[in-house]
Structure formats: C-alpha cells, structure tokens
Design a protein around this ligand. Structure first.
Ligand SMILES: CC(C)(COP(=O)(O)OP(=O)(O)OC[C@H]1O[C@@H](n2cnc3c(N)ncnc32)[C@H](O)[C@@H]1OP(=O)(O)O)[C@@H](O)C(=O)NCCC(=O)NCCS
Length: 205
C-alpha cells in the first residue's frame, strides 16, 4: 500500500501544532504566518484549535504529519477569539518581526480581510491546505478537502470560500477538487492578485 491508502486523516489537535506550523512555513512561505515566524505559527494554530469556530484535519503516516487542512466556520469570529485570549502571547511570539512596518501592515491587512471580503461571500473558509512535497500527487490534498467538506456539512454550513494567490500552481488543484472561481481581489498591494473560490457542500451527497 502507498501513502494514499495508509495516511490517516485525523482531526487536528494540539499534538500536531508543531508539525503543522513547520509544514505551513515550508510550503506557504509568502503568507503572513510564515513572515512572522515559527513561534508565531505554533501559537496561532494552538489558539485556533481552541476556538469552537475552527477545525482542521491532518494526514498522518508513521506518526508524521504529511499534510493538513485548516478551516473556519467564520474567519472573523475565529480571529476575534484568537486575539481575545492570546493577544500578548502572539505579540510576544512574533517579536521583533512585528516591529517592521511592512510586517505590521501585512498582519493588519490579513486580520481585516474577512471584513473587507464581506459581500455575498460565505463567512466559512478553508484557510489553508498543505501537503508535504514528498507526499504530493497521491490524493492526500483531495482527502483533506473532502474531510473538510464533510465537517462543514455536519455543522450545517452550505458553502465556504478559499482565497489563493492567482500565481500559485495550486489553483489547478482547487478547480480539480470542485471549487468554482467566484472572482478576484487584490491584497497586500496591486501585484498580489488572489482568486476567490467557492465550494458548495450542502448540495453534495
Ligand atoms: C495544493 C496541494 C495541497 C495539493 O496536494 P496533493 O496531495 O498533491 O493533491 P492531490 O494528490 O489530492 O491532487 C488532487 C488532484 O489535483 C491535481 N493537482 C494537485 N496539485 C496540482 C498542481 N499543483 N497543479 C495541477 N494539478 C494539481 C492532481 O493532479 C490531482 O488530480 P488526479 O487525481 O487526477 O491526479 C499541494 O500541492 C501543496 O501543498 N501545495 C503547496 C501549498 C499550497 O499552495 N497550498 C494552497 C494554498 S493554501
């Protein structure tokens, strides 16, 4: 049997935080989480796991995390609960990187994008999906998205969005697994065009 069959898809827990943060930083090097460093990434994932409106899945094989999906029922609500209980801890975790004007602006823009996104878009969101380079192309990403869809559905959520850099190769993945392109938006400056995708889940079997 290969990775595809033997990797287990499990709910993300505190036990996975360090590996999830490591994978996130290695594979989404341009996002704000990576910019603010590993300690911040660990603190953020731990705080998100403690939020009722957050859930995630990990793909695990031989005790190693090969991939993960991170989801929010309502991204603003998750960020609010994260900041409410962990503001100073997270600030300390990204010190001194957060003192750079560029990083601070990036962090603030990221915190407020759910509000700016608004409009008709669903508040539920697939925040990230990442698979270790060595384990790609074996269906793990698709299984993580499927597990996320099932969990959204069980929480009574009919649709969720995901936002991805237009230039990322992963756009083909999103379309392949069933997301529909809903529009485009600029974030962190005009050159950073993002695609906004929607996944309908309540209509699925
Ligand atoms: C995107 C990503 C999660 C896909 O994970 P994966 O485990 O390799 O994906 P799967 O094997 O489940 O692929 C499912 C389908 O999507 C297609 N696909 C996956 N990645 C693709 C890519 N980069 N380009 C084109 N098609 C892709 C596959 O061909 C596959 O189709 P198939 O079943 O007909 O072969 C992984 O490439 C990754 O971690 N990328 C870096 C992080 C990232 O950019 N994440 C998204 C932004 S948060």
């Amino acid at each position: 049997m290969d990775n595809e069959k033997t990797a287990l898809i499990l709910p993300m827990s505190s036990a996975h935080v360090v590996e999830v943060a490591k994978l996130h930083m290695a594979e989404i090097s341009e996002g704000v989480i990576s910019v603010l460093g590993h300690k911040f990434a660990c603190g953020l994932y731990q705080a998100m796991i403690e939020s009722e409106r957050y859930f995630g899945f990990v793909a695990v094989k031989n005790s190693q995390v090969l991939g993960f999906a991170a989801c929010a029922e309502d991204t603003s609500a998750v960020y609010k609960s994260v900041l409410k209980g962990n503001f100073f801890k997270l600030l300390w975790a990204c010190f001194p990187k957060i003192l750079s004007i560029r990083n601070l602006k990036y962090a603030i823009e990221t915190l407020f994008y759910p509000v700016r996104c608004g409009g008709d878009l669903p508040v539920a969101e697939l925040l990230s999906v990442v698979v270790d380079r060595q384990a790609r192309g074996k269906g793990i990403g698709q299984r993580l998205v499927e597990a996320s869809c099932a969990e959204f559905r069980s929480r009574g959520i009919g649709a969720f969005k995901t936002i991805v850099f237009e230039r990322f190769p992963s756009n083909a993945f999103y379309q392949h697994v069933g997301f529909k392109l809903s529009g485009k938006r600029c974030q962190h400056g005009k050159q950073d065009v993002h695609n906004v995708y929607i996944m309908e889940v309540l209509s699925q079997g």
